[in-house]
Design a protein around this ligand. Structure first.
Ligand code: MTE
Ligand code: MO
Length: 542
């Protein structure tokens, strides 16, 4: 009887919807915990958060994605996942409230979201089949059952004696009333559900960390042999010492990262294979990591640039890559460049996470150092940058050349296949535009009047930089001092001295590449083939 006394103290009406909402959230989190744990045991990419995130990324218009990359940078993935969690929470709340009135409909709502997660997982480009639906389906079933059970505690108990007590004490049991609910049952069920979800979630987390173990071990085991064709040493005077300038060689930890992977693929190098096949491939081949290691390795300094880099932006980095010459491998497979009568003009690289990237066959076979890179700055590739193998092609933006976590190369034509970014409005072909950037002073800096060194970098990969000119306000354009060139595939640093006078000033740079082409002042957006325009920085001299 004590329970019934307590029950009657709960005011009827208001709490029921709130407790329904609570049930919904508990069911939602249980569903997520179960789904993500099932996914962690199999393929983490098939979990609803990652699959849903991937599907929304893929469905996001190019302009919005470009905006997200620019505003959130590498945090764009975190923002997306938090967004998905927020949406799921709202939907779970709604299902819970609905379930108070219509128990089955609320539970069916949870199943519906599970269905959406399952559909997203199965239709992802890296999906391995119907099994990818499992995490969402199992999670949704668990969540729906839990919601059904919890809401049952709120409504189902209509013991005759309870009803009698209700009427005896005059308690209303209207549609929104709570009289006769199984309070202790609800609290117990809710608490155990929460605890169970937390436990399942913890198991899932530990599964997730352990599953990358083979990949991590395989990376540790790799000893990169010294290259048969080493890079020439970076000229001592390629890197300026001006404070505030980006280092000439970008450390891995500072190297920009742009990709669509919500979970960084952890590929076991010992199990990794690269397949080369397609149009005009007379001897299709499959290569293991060791096959590549046994070949002559070449080492090259190459500056990578993202097409989403705005004028003055940070998505450019310079590294020393080590790998095998892609053109040799292609030639071995019997591939001919179009200019030599080869039937394929597009090389499509595919990654383990379903990315597709199209590069001109002509470019990768024209003698430039197009690489299947195995190492970056003296180490095996970091996981973030494509371990175990990625492509790097001097002179082409990353989205048309730099496939990370590569697993397949298909020779085809531009007419017959559009890769991932092209389907989203980006250009089929995208050589890197000549660009220059002021690294120091920073925008809105307040240097003291007197001598100030203006310095930065300029790049026109595979053409080389021949001239950089600086300008203060509307003054004359003056040639900057160029640092030593490493190679024409790397960026080149520059600086010029400025006698800063009090007031606000605009500093502008422009570069000229080795073909004599002057960097255009015409400002364009990043879409479809890269931003153009001069970089300028406004400073106030005190
Ligand atoms: N698998 C995969 N490879 C990818 C991408 C991607 O989204 N997925 N993004 C490309 C783009 S747009 C760029 S600019 C480069 C960036 O390489 P980084 O992250 O190592 O700097 O990787 C390219 N390779
Ligand atoms: Mo990019």
């Amino acid at each position: 009887m004590r329970d019934e006394e307590k029950d009657q103290r709960v005011r009827p009406g208001r709490p029921r919807a709130a407790l329904g909402a609570l049930s919904g959230v508990l069911a939602g989190f249980a569903a997520l915990a179960v789904a993500e744990s099932v996914a962690a045991g199999g393929r983490p990419q098939s979990g609803p958060v990652i699959a849903g995130g991937g599907a929304s990324t893929a469905a996001t218009p190019a302009a919005v994605k470009d905006w997200a990359i620019r505003h959130f940078g590498t945090d764009d993935k975190l923002v997306l996942q938090l967004g998905i969690l927020a949406v799921l929470t709202v939907l779970a709340l709604a299902s819970g409230v609905l379930a108070v009135r219509y128990r089955r409909v609320g539970a069916a709502g949870v199943l519906l979201f599970g269905g959406i997660g399952a559909a997203a997982a199965v239709t992802r480009p890296d999906s391995t089949g119907l099994a990818d639906a499992l995490p969402s389906v199992v999670g949704a079933l668990a969540g729906a059952l839990l919601l059904y059970a919890l809401v049952g505690r709120l409504t189902a108990v209509r013991r005759p004696q309870a009803s009698a007590a209700d009427s005896a004490t005059g308690t209303e049991d209207g549609p929104a009333g709570l009289a006769g609910w199984d309070r202790r049952g609800f609290v117990l069920a809710a608490a155990s559900a929460a605890a169970a979800s937390a436990a399942v979630g913890t198991v899932g987390r530990s599964l997730n960390t352990s599953r990358g173990r083979d990949a991590i071990a395989s990376r540790k085991q790799i000893v990169l042999p010294s290259p048969g064709s080493p890079a020439q040493p970076v000229p001592r005077r390629a890197g300026l010492r001006t404070p505030g300038i980006s280092p000439f060689v970008t450390p891995d930890s500072e190297f920009y990262r742009v990709d669509t992977a919500l979970v960084v693929p952890k590929v076991d190098a010992t199990a990794w294979r690269l397949r080369i096949h397609g149009k005009g491939v007379r001897r299709p081949g499959t290569y293991s990591f060791d096959d590549l290691l046994r070949r002559e390795l070449i080492e090259r300094d190459i500056t990578l640039t993202c097409v989403s880099n705005e004028v003055g932006g940070p998505y450019v980095g310079n590294a020393r890559w080590i790998g095998v010459r892609l053109a040799d491998l292609l030639a071995e497979c019997g591939v001919k460049a179009p200019s030599r009568g080869g039937p394929a003009d597009q090389l499509v690289s595919r990654s383990v996470d379903g990315m597709t990237i199209g590069s001109p066959v002509e470019d990768v076979m024209d003698g430039r150092d197009a690489l299947l890179a195995l190492g970056m700055n003296g180490e095996p590739l970091p996981f973030d940058h494509g371990f175990p193998v990625r492509m790097v092609v001097p002179g082409l933006y990353g989205f048309v050349s730099a496939c990370k976590w590569i697993k397949d190369i298909e020779l085809t034509t531009f007419d017959s296949y559009d890769p991932y970014w092209v389907r989203r409005g980006w250009a089929r072909k995208a050589p890197i535009k000549t660009a220059s950037r002021i690294d120091t002073p920073k925008p809105f800096a307040r240097p003291e009047a007197g001598p100030v060194t203006v310095a930065g970098g300029a790049w026109a990969q595979h053409r080389g930089i021949d001239k950089v000119e600086g300008r203060v306000d509307d003054g004359p354009r003056r040639p900057a001092d160029l640092a030593a060139e490493d190679t024409r595939d790397t960026w080149r640093q520059w600086s010029f001295p400025w006698q800063a006078t009090k007031g606000s000033h605009t500093l502008t740079v422009r570069a000229t590449d080795r073909t004599g082409a002057v960097q255009t002042d015409r400002r364009t957006r990043t879409i479809p083939d890269g931003a153009s325009g001069w970089h300028s920085v406004v400073v106030t001299v005190d």
